[in-house]
Write a protein that binds this ligand. Structure first.
Ligand code: TXA
Ligand code: MG
Length: 323
């Protein structure tokens, strides 16, 4: 069961009509969102959904997020929209928030890996919204990276890794948020964060009160994709304190927040935000990890950022990269 191969690299273009045509034919394409690029197919077509799993080499027990263009449309894909969920949707959608809601029967079991909830979101990206508006069906889309690797934040990242397995990538430029959506579910009215992401927990709590944060575990069936190995570069990634001594500086790279590591040449280092902006750090995170991963070094070192707002999601990804 080999990957479907195209004779040439996926075309990168801003033509939305072309994306509509391919998706309507049941094909799988790359598309931009404000968080990261997605690998999209018709969520109501199990053949297209099966192709997403195949192209990404993702196990089918790991469910996909369904993307649509409005809260109104969400209501046709869920069984109910509880009060707290509606409040969050009205406040933060479109935006980097995914809600876990009881699924309607129209959503195939393959999308949700047999779970009774569907993960659903409205991306805040003009081309993504225009595409979703033009389609009569929602899009199932995981991040457009091979399973276990860093998420893509440009069309070129998608082309480099999946370009031979898909025909087309809708170009929406560099992702504004740069880190995946925050995933929120509900347990007996209580909001639970299953994945820290682009929407800060502090902002969510301002709307629905205190939330539970479900720490990830490799055996947690509630969030099957929250495996420790997620978001990892190919090279070993090691977390250190900012000034901590590195034993093999000549073969090391460093990912810092605002200050270079004193032992390493600067050409082997990247700073996420010299002006200490967490928003800018999130935008740069995955692209910088990719860049350091492609250097001729054997180990990438990195340091955690302030544990607040989107810094919590950035640190979560850095810890996973180091797991
Ligand atoms: O920002 C994002 O969310 C991006 C863009 C493309 O929208 N998408 C994304 O998808 O990050 P993916 O597949 O890489 O991550 C989705 C996560 C996985 O960890 C999956 O296990 C979890 O969402 N998930 C999906 N449906 C779920 C469900 N019904 N219950 C629990 N977890 C679910
Ligand atoms: Mg992913």
């Amino acid at each position: 069961m080999g990957l479907r191969k195209y004779r040439k690299l996926a075309t990168i273009s801003t033509n939305i009509q072309k994306a509509v045509e391919l998706l309507t034919q049941g094909q799988v394409i790359g598309f931009p969102t404000e968080t990261v690029y997605g690998l999209a197919g018709n969520a109501l077509d199990t053949k297209a959904v099966a192709q997403i799993f195949q192209v990404k080499n993702r196990p089918t027990f790991d469910p996909l997020i369904v993307h649509t263009s409005s809260i109104g449309r969400i209501e046709s894909y869920v069984d109910s929209l509880p009060h707290a969920a509606r409040k969050l949707a009205q406040t933060f959608m479109p935006g980097p928030l995914t809600l876990l809601l009881p699924k309607a029967t129209v959503i195939p079991d393959l999308v949700t890996a047999g779970l009774h909830t569907v993960a659903i979101r409205v991306p805040k990206h003009p081309q993504a919204l225009a595409l979703l508006e033009a389609l009569p069906f929602p899009l199932a889309a995981p991040s457009a990276n091979p399973f276990g690797y860093i998420s893509p934040t440009t069309a070129q990242h998608v082309q480099q890794q999946l370009g031979m397995a898909i025909p087309y990538i809708l170009n929406g430029g560099a992702c504004e948020v740069g880190i995946e959506s925050t995933i929120i579910g509900f347990e007996a009215q209580q909001a639970v964060v299953y994945r820290k992401g682009g929407l800060a927990i502090e902002d969510i709590e301002a709307v629905v009160g205190s939330v539970l944060v479900q720490e990830h575990s490799t055996s947690n069936p509630k969030a099957p994709g929250m495996l420790k190995s997620h978001y990892a570069p190919r090279k070993p990634f090691v977390l250190i304190k900012p000034q901590q001594t590195i034993n093999n500086p000549e073969t090391a790279a460093y990912l810092g927040f605002d200050a270079f590591h004193p032992q390493l040449p600067q050409e082997n280092q990247l700073l996420l935000s010299p002006k200490r902006s967490l928003t800018e750090a999130a935008q740069n995170l995955f692209g910088y990890l990719r860049a350091l991963d492609s250097l001729l070094v054997s180990t990438i070192y990195g340091s955690l950022l302030p544990e607040q707002n989107i810094g919590r999601a950035i640190n979560d990804r850095l810890r996973r990269a180091g797991a």
